[in-house]
Write a protein that binds this ligand. Sequence first.
Ligand SMILES: C[S@@+](CC[C@H](N)C(=O)[O-])C[C@H]1O[C@@H](n2cnc3c(N)ncnc32)[C@H](O)[C@@H]1O
Length: 260
Amino acid sequence: MIRSLINSQVQLSYKFDTYLPNKYSLDGNSDYRKSLVPKYLKKNLTIYDVGGGKRPYITLEQKKALNATIIGLDIDQDELNQAPEGVYDQAICADIAKFQGNQDADLLICQAVLEHVQDVEGAFASISSILKPGGIALIFVPSKNAVFAQLNLILPQEAKKTLLHTIYPTMKEGQGFPSFYNKCTPLEFKELAKNNDLSISEERYYYMSSYFSFLFPVYFVWRLWILLFHGLFKEQAAETFSLVLVKNDNPAMTSSENTN
Ligand SMILES: C[S@@+](CC[C@H](N)C(=O)[O-])C[C@H]1O[C@@H](n2cnc3c(N)ncnc32)[C@H](O)[C@@H]1O
């Protein structure tokens, strides 16, 4: 009874979206997985999956077909241990905020991870250190500016988990990690990229999330907010976003090099 009520509200919410421009219905995570990352997959690459944990982006079949070397880097050894066997050629248990890379990555995938990292500045420095010159980082992150992110910061962890799993039992695993959203806005990420020898080659902004669809009146008010916010502040209103960052060939001189 409650389930069919929720389903009807979800349908109504999505029906409402058909009256809005298409970009409001594009799910960021799906676009990242199905459109953005595949664009950058080529044969014989060394690929880091930062925060890939038990759900690496690349499957074993893809890895074989691409002849890729996959390095999983995650703060949690248990997560790495649960990854499908054979996907990771190397599993590094480390905090991305503290890791010092050796510039051996052609491609770095970082999907739904940086919102869980406290020291995002450290993470950007680390990402830059992992990439070869010309190497590419594909980052997908929910924005701190999103209403769901603000609620996530306010509500206690257990209450959030229970609420989400009750309303959306099929919601993907991984929603339960503590989130901080430190500097997780398009403006701040672009600034961090610039400060870490990373050029932005592509940016995608998404205005879709399903969190409020369980009750149409709430969804409607949230949609009005998004439209107003976007009208005033453009991509800062995005719920989630993806950035494609390219490690500069000639990194800017460090301050120590500069002193001579
Ligand atoms: C929400 S899951 C995302 C997993 C996968 N990337 C995906 O999209 O399905 C977040 C992952 O980031 C990892 N993680 C969190 N903080 C991290 C940090 N500081 N350094 C490295 N990994 C971290 C977690 O252990 C977890 O595996």
